[in-house]
Design a protein around this ligand. Structure first.
Ligand code: 4AD
Length: 483
C-alpha cells in the first residue's frame, strides 16, 4: 500500500499547508513502483506510477526534471512501460488536472527492466485496453492490468464484508475438507483423486483405501451440517471442484463457494425464509460495503464506466431499506414464462425441467428488477438432501423446500434449501453416506438449512465482468492446464 500510504489526505486544507511549507520541507519518500505511462519532453519526463494500491485507473504522477534530480534519467528504452523502479522524491501539490499531488523525483533507479519489444500486453494507455481474450492468454501478467486488478481488489472487499457480516450474525467460520469421500450434489461431476502412491509403496496400494474413493469436494454442505449440529450457525469459504463439461461463461471447474448452514427456529415456508434472509444479508453486506468504501467504490466506478445507471440500480439493491427481496415459486415462474410467450425459447419452459439461464435472467429483470428468490422446485431437479414439502399432490408434482436466488444479467447466484432431517426419508442412500444420512439424523437432528453462493459469480455480477474466466485469477476450465 505504499503509493497510497505515501499520499497525504486529499483534502483542501492539507494541500494548502503542504504548499505553504514549500517543497524542500516536504518529507522525502522512498517508493517502489512500476511505470504505466512514460511521457518525455525536453527537460521534464512524466511517469505514471502504479503499485496496485491505488483504485481504478489512478496512478501517482512522478515528475523528473533534469535540473532538480540528482540521478540521471535512464535512456528511453530502459524506461518502458511496465518497468520496475525505485524512486525517492517529495510530494507536491500538482498543477496537473485530475490529481491533487505529484511526486517530484529526486532520484530514480530501474530495478526491474522490461523487455518492451516482446511484452505481450499493451500497458501504455488505459484508453486502448487489451482484449479479454488476449489477457486470458497471459493470466500470469494480467494482474498488472488496471481492470483485472480492480476486480481482484473488489473480490477482496466482498470477502471482508461477508466475513464481518457472518461474525456479527453469530456464525462461526469453520474449515471443511477438500478431500472427500462423496459427491455431495450427486451430479457425477466429481474429480477423482489418484490414490496410487507410486513405485515405492507398490503400485497397487491405494493411499486411503480401495474401499473408499477420494474426490475433490464439490460442496462442503454435508460437513457443514454436521458442524451446525454442534455450533448452531456455521459458514465457510473454500474451493469447490466440478468436472463441468459445458463451456459456459458462468461455469468454472474450480470455483470458490461461500456456504452457510443454520438451525432454523420456525417450520415450513417460514424456516426457508430464515435461510433466505441470511442469504440476502450476506449479498447486501458485500454490495453495501463495496459501494461505500472509498477505494472500492472508485474501482467499481471504473468497472461500470458507461453503465452508471446499473451501478445506481445495484446501490438500491444494496440498501437494507429495500425490504425482503421478492419471492415466487418455481411453479408460478414456469406459468409466467409460459403466459409471456417464452415457449419459443430453447429449451422452452416446462414444469419439471430446469429453468435456463436466460429464463432466470428474464425473471429477475421482469419480476423483480433485481434479485429474485425462486422457491419450491420439483424434487426430481434437486439433490437428495433437500426437505420434501408437505401436503403434496401426485408423485410427479412433488416439490422440495429450496430456493435459487437469480439476478439480472447473470442468472443463478445462490442455491439453498432446508435439509431433510427425517431419517426415514433419507435411508436409501449409499453406505458411504451412513454418517450423514443415518447418524446425523438419528442422534438428534434439529431442523436446519443453508445455501451456497458462487464467489466468482458474485464478483462477476458486481464488477460488470460477464465471463468468470476474467474473474478467477488463474481460471480452471476443461482443456489444457497451463499454470
Ligand atoms: O447450486 P449448487 O450446486 O449448490 C450446492 O452445491 C449446495 N450443496 C450448496 C449449499 O447449499 N451449501 O451451487 C451453489 C452455487 C451456485 O448457485 C453458483 O453460484 C455456484 O455455486 N456454482 C458455480 N460457480 C462457478 N462455476 C461452477 N461450475 C459452479 N457451480 C455452482
Amino acid at each position: 500500500r505504499q503509493l497510497l500510504a505515501s499520499r497525504p489526505p486529499l483534502s483542501p486544507s492539507s494541500s494548502s499547508s503542504a504548499a505553504d511549507a514549500g517543497a524542500d520541507e516536504a518529507p522525502l519518500h522512498r517508493i517502489v513502483a512500476y511505470a504505466r505511462v512514460v511521457r518525455s519532453h525536453r527537460n521534464v519526463t512524466f511517469i505514471s506510477l502504479a503499485d496496485g494500491s491505488l483504485p481504478g485507473n489512478e496512478t501517482l504522477q512522478g515528475v523528473y526534471r533534469s535540473s532538480s534530480s540528482s540521478s540521471s534519467l535512464p535512456d528511453h528504452q530502459q524506461l518502458a512501460p511496465g518497468v520496475g523502479l525505485e524512486l525517492t522524491g517529495r510530494l507536491k501539490p500538482s498543477r496537473g488536472r485530475g490529481q491533487a499531488y505529484e511526486l517530484d523525483i529526486e532520484h530514480l533507479k530501474v530495478t526491474a527492466p522490461v523487455d518492451a519489444a516482446t511484452y505481450p500486453i499493451p500497458l501504455t494507455s488505459s484508453s486502448t485496453p487489451a482484449s479479454n481474450d488476449l489477457l486470458r492468454k497471459y493470466a500470469h501478467l494480467r494482474p498488472r492490468e488496471a481492470r483485472h486488478a480492480a476486480v481482484l481488489r473488489a473480490r477482496s472487499a466482498f470477502e471482508k464484508a461477508i466475513s464481518d457480516w457472518f461474525w456479527d450474525a453469530g456464525f462461526s467460520r469453520v474449515a471443511a475438507p477438500i478431500l472427500t469421500s462423496s459427491d455431495c450434489e450427486g451430479g457425477g461431476e466429481v474429480f477423482r483423486v489418484e490414490q496410487d502412491q507410486g513405485e515405492e509403496a507398490g503400485p497397487t496400494t491405494p493411499f486411503f483405501s480401495s474401499a473408499t474413493p477420494a474426490f475433490l469436494t464439490v460442496s462442503s454442505q454435508l460437513h457443514l451440517e454436521a458442524l451446525a449440529m454442534g455450533l448452531g450457525r456455521v459458514w465457510t469459504c473454500g474451493p469447490s471442484f466440478r468436472a463441468e463439461g459445458s463451456a459456459t461463461n458462468r461455469h468454472l471447474c474450480e470455483f470458490w463457494m461461500i456456504e452457510a448452514e443454520q438451525l432454523t427456529s420456525s417450520s415450513g415456508p417460514a424456516a426457508l425464509h430464515e435461510v433466505m434472509q441470511t442469504t440476502q444479508g450476506v449479498v447486501q453486506a458485500a454490495m453495501h460495503f463495496a459501494l461505500h468504501h472509498e477505494q472500492t467504490r472508485k474501482d467499481l466506478e471504473m468497472l461500470w464506466q458507461g453503465h452508471e445507471a446499473t451501478l445506481q440500480e445495484l446501490e438500491s439493491v444494496a440498501s437494507s431499506s429495500s425490504g425482503p427481496w421478492p419471492t415466487m415459486t418455481y411453479t408460478d415462474a414456469v406459468s409466467l414464462l409460459e403466459s409471456e410467450g417464452r415457449q419459443l425459447d430453447e429449451p422452452p419452459p416446462a414444469w419439471g425441467q430446469s429453468l435456463s439461464s436466460s429464463h432466470e435472467r428474464w425473471l429477475a429483470q421482469h419480476v423483480a428488477s433485481g434479485p429474485l428468490f425462486i422457491t419450491d422446485y420439483p424434487s426430481g431437479l434437486k439433490p437428495f438432501y433437500m426437505r420434501a414439502n408437505e401436503n403434496q399432490g401426485p408423485e410427479e408434482r412433488r416439490t422440495v423446500a429450496c430456493f435459487d436466488l437469480v439476478v439480472p444479467r447473470l442468472g443463478e447466484l445462490v442455491g439453498g434449501s432446508l435439509r431433510e432431517e427425517r431419517l426415514d426419508r433419507l435411508e436409501a442412500q449409499p453406505a458411504a453416506l451412513d454418517w450423514y444420512a443415518k447418524d446425523l439424523r438419528r442422534y438428534g437432528c434439529i431442523p436446519h438449512g443453508g445455501f451456497g453462493l458462487g464467489l466468482e459469480r458474485l464478483v462477476g455480477w458486481l464488477t460488470n465482468t460477464d465471463n468468470l474466466r476474467d474473474v478467477a485469477s488463474f481460471p480452471r476450465t476443461k482443456g489444457p492446464l497451463r499454470y
